[in-house]
Design a protein around this ligand. Structure first.
Ligand SMILES: [Mg+2]
Length: 248
């Protein structure tokens, strides 16, 4: 097996993040600062809907950030440029308060360091619905600030998002790699395992709850039950495998 490239998911893979508390506070702060004329619940629901639209967008010539601002502009009747400026300011200031919900995952630094030591190309394949500034901050909070990655995906450099397969095609094109030489490491079955699997990438599945994950698989995920990751385990298991050149 000739692995040359490792793609890491960020949230709940390289970091330990309280996603519920994080998004609750994120929405609340955004609402208070820029969107208080709307009801909080409306804002929450509509922004969630917009985020989904960005994730499933099929526009190969429109950057995710553009889709995001366009959809927001439609929903909240504000100019795209103003929205972009507001978000930019928000990520430079209030966003810092979210650091308390993010910390490095156990074994994440060693996993990434091992990949660099082995000479692999290392990519951060995180859902690109945030701007570069926001993702770089979260990456730093995840203890990854010292690494220089080949590519970190974000809303300003990607046209497609997870869970779409085109997201991975776009990454491979950017880094000039073939699917069979890449492995994707992540905690989500659809976005991190099913889509890369279909393109021929190897996968290392790091479920949040390895012992009783079936209890948490929703009925809609059952249709993927035949798709098995190449490997499954915790980050220290990944590190061992990488040290061994992915020979079991
Ligand atoms: Mg994740």
């Amino acid at each position: 097996m000739t692995i040359t490239t490792v793609l890491f998911d960020m949230d709940s893979t390289l970091n330990s993040i309280d996603e519920i508390e994080f998004s609750h506070k994120y929405f609340k702060m955004l609402h208070e600062r820029f969107f208080s004329e709307f009801e909080l619940q409306y804002f929450y629901d509509s922004l969630t809907e917009i985020t989904k639209k960005v994730m499933f967008s099929k526009s190969p010539r429109e950057l995710a950030v553009k889709t995001f601002m366009k959809e927001m502009s439609k929903s909240y009747k504000k100019p795209q440029k103003k929205l972009y400026e507001d978000f930019k300011d928000f990520y430079a200031t209030d966003y810092n308060q979210l650091e308390e919900f993010v910390r490095p995952a156990e074994g994440s630094q060693e996993a990434v360091q091992t990949c660099f030591d082995k000479g692999y190309t290392v990519v951060i394949a995180t859902t690109p619905v945030f701007t570069e500034a926001a993702i770089m901050k979260r990456l730093m909070w995840s203890g990854m600030g010292e690494f220089t990655f080949k590519l970190v995906t974000h809303a300003e450099n990607m046209h497609f998002s997870k869970p779409r397969e085109e997201y991975y095609t776009e990454i491979l094109k950017k880094i000039k790699k073939k699917p069979f030489e890449c492995i994707m490491v992540g905690n989500e079955l659809v976005g991190d395992v099913v889509s890369p699997y279909r393109l021929g990438l190897k996968t290392f599945y790091v479920p949040l709850r390895p012992d009783n994950e079936d209890l948490f698989i929703s009925p809609e995920l059952k249709r993927f039950s035949k798709i098995k990751p190449t490997y499954k385990g915790k980050l220290p298991d990944f590190t061992k495998l990488a040290k061994n050149d992915f020979q079991c």
